[in-house]
Design a protein around this ligand. Structure first.
Ligand code: NAP
Length: 268
């Protein structure tokens, strides 16, 4: 992928979250001389710029990733995929175990309820749809992502305000309006949006983070119930919730062992 002799360590950052971009930036700027490869699944049509070398697309499951890690002489993997990434965390754990490469899961904390919140926590999107039917929800603000709409076809009596970064293609819901937007969102805007559309229920995944949290505060202020989809479990092995903690793991795992770079000989 690059002239790897220039680099003493090569780190694969599995990106797809804000934290992925941040840890890649921290490592790419590290004085020890770290080559960072940031990897994206390729779901977002126009992803934001990322530090380091960028690669896009899957590796071909656990075996494909294990082969790629060995061929590219990767020193360590930081799995900073989205908290709801379903396969990649397990694949990374298995491929790194098979190749003996250290791996860290970086996953920001989930949201915590506060006084006044009316949350129903459910295990998956199907259960979220079942809850909407059971509660008789009629005007639903759906923020689960453009590729996660199909389960809500089971709620024919509801109208949906669907918010996504890229357009759903196709849109499986008959009674829906789509708005395209990318966070961070602000509280006043979220409150105004929910009022303008007379929303009676918010559905969201427990993605965590500040950028998307204002919708939960707006729902609390407006007394709107929230159906919150719980996260998939993290794979076994080291897992941290902040970029600082991830950097500490990198220091302890491979950066501290590096001797300082040899200074260039002085001319003359
Ligand atoms: P997934 O189930 O974990 O991934 C499906 C497949 O996509 C993986 O098996 C892998 O293919 C490939 N892949 C995933 N992340 C990759 C990465 N960073 N670099 C290269 N290949 C990757 O994840 P998903 O839920 O479909 O999400 C896809 C991506 O979007 C993830 O990177 C995730 O971080 C991001 N994202 C997801 C959500 C969400 O709510 N699910 C929200 C925002 C962002 P191979 O098996 O061929 O290697």
């Amino acid at each position: 992928m690059n002239d790897r002799r220039r680099w003493r360590v090569r780190v694969l950052v599995l990106a797809g979250s804000t934290e992925g971009r941040r840890i890649a930036g921290e490592l790419a700027g590290h004085p020890a001389g770290v080559e960072v490869i940031t990897s994206l699944a390729g779901r977002t049509l126009t992803p934001r710029a990322l530090p380091g070398l960028r690669r896009v697309g899957g590796f071909g499951g656990i075996d494909g990733l294990a082969r790629w890690l060995s061929a590219e002489h990767i020193t360590a993997v930081v799995d900073a995929t989205h908290p709801f990434a379903a396969s990649m965390p397990g694949n990374a754990a298995a491929a790194c175990a098979a190749t003996g490469i250290p791996r860290l899961r970086l996953r920001r904390p989930g949201w915590l309820p506060e006084a006044g919140d009316r949350w129903t926590v459910v295990s998956d999107l199907g259960a979220a749809a079942t809850t909407l039917v059971a509660t008789g929800a009629r005007r639903v603000f759906l923020t689960t992502g453009r590729q996660e709409l199909r389960p809500f076809t089971a709620v024919p009596r509801a109208w949906f305000l669907v918010r996504s970064i890229d357009p759903p293609d196709p849109l499986p819901l008959q009674r829906a309006q789509v708005i395209l937007a990318c966070g961070p969102f602000d509280l006043d805007g979220e409150e105004a949006l929910m009022e303008a559309h007379r929303i009676d229920t918010l559905v969201t995944k427990d993605s965590g983070g500040d950028a998307a949290a204002p919708k939960l505060v707006a729902a609390r202020r407006l007394g709107i119930p929230v159906v919150l989809v719980a996260r998939p479990p993290a794979p076994p092995g080291p897992c941290v919730t902040t970029v600082d903690a991830a950097l500490e793991w990198c220091e302890a795992t491979f950066l501290a062992a590096l001797a300082p770079p040899t200074p260039e000989p002085q001319a003359g």
